[in-house]
Ligand binder design. Structure first.
Ligand code: SF4
Ligand code: SF4
Length: 234
């Protein structure tokens, strides 16, 4: 979870790079907007929580600026892998055994999750640089898989968590069944947020991400079942 000063630093870096971030979006990112409501919209199996600024009658919406922007790959804090990722990326990097891939290309860390309960997560993380050590966990460094053309050299086998950004997702118990929820994470690194009058403006994005988020939750649950990661309440 990013601290307030880390978000401030990330936002400053984004502005220095010349991205024109609406002042109100900057305030949202820094947690300064007090009259923000949580509006929900259900898309396929996912409940999206979209921030709504009451005094402005505006939603905070999002679209990706890639390939003009590669900022999330230039300032990567951690790349937790699902068990599916371990197999896909391990074989993509020519390891015949997943155990060899894990030993050479990953680090394990325990970190706090951005939720109300202060939960902790233990995950196997893809090294973002060849020289990364456990001390670098959570620090923002350029990812070694970012190609000169702005494309990810692992694509389409890049980590599930990279597909997810800038959304975060969690499960809630709904009458005995798990319900998938998702919202934005405001890390200060993404210039894609904008203000809009209707959630319908990003309907295509929500349709696309509902599938990505549902797949990620299934992969995440498999990862915990297979013992490659764990979460616990704080
Ligand atoms: S693995 Fe690919 S998509 Fe993920 S941070 Fe690295 S370059 Fe970006
Ligand atoms: S998700 Fe945000 S930071 Fe990443 S490439 Fe798209 S616009 Fe840039």
């Amino acid at each position: 979870m990013s601290t307030h000063s880390e978000v401030r630093d990330s936002l400053d870096d984004l502005l220095k790079k010349g991205w024109d971030v609406d002042p109100l979006i900057q305030d949202v990112t820094l947690g300064k907007v007090r009259d923000m409501a949580d509006r929900t919209v259900m898309v396929s199996s996912v409940v999206f929580h979209i921030p709504y600024i009451e005094s402005e009658s505006r939603y905070v919406l999002w679209k990706c600026h890639w390939p003009d922007c590669t900022n999330c790959c230039e300032r990567q804090g951690r790349l937790p892998l699902t068990s599916d990722d371990l197999i896909t990326i391990g074989s993509g990097l020519k390891y015949s055994k997943t155990s060899e891939f894990i030993a050479a290309e990953t680090l394990t860390s325990t970190w706090s999750i951005q939720d109300q309960a202060g939960s902790a997560m233990t995950s196997i993380n893809l090294k973002r640089s060849d020289t990364e050590t456990a001390d670098d966990d959570g620090t923002r460094i350029p990812c070694r898989f970012l190609g000169g053309d702005g494309a990810c050299t692992l694509h389409p086998g890049r980590p599930g968590v990279c597909y997810l950004y800038p959304f975060m997702t969690w499960l809630e118990n709904e009458r005995g069944f798990p319900r998938i929820h998702a919202t934005f994470q405001f890390t200060g690194d993404c210039p894609g947020f904008y203000l809009g009058g209707s959630i319908d403006e990003m309907r295509g994005v929500l349709d696309e991400y509902a599938a990505i988020i549902a797949d990620y939750n299934m992969a995440h649950a498999r990862t915990a079942r297979e013992g490659f990661g764990a979460s616990s309440a704080g």
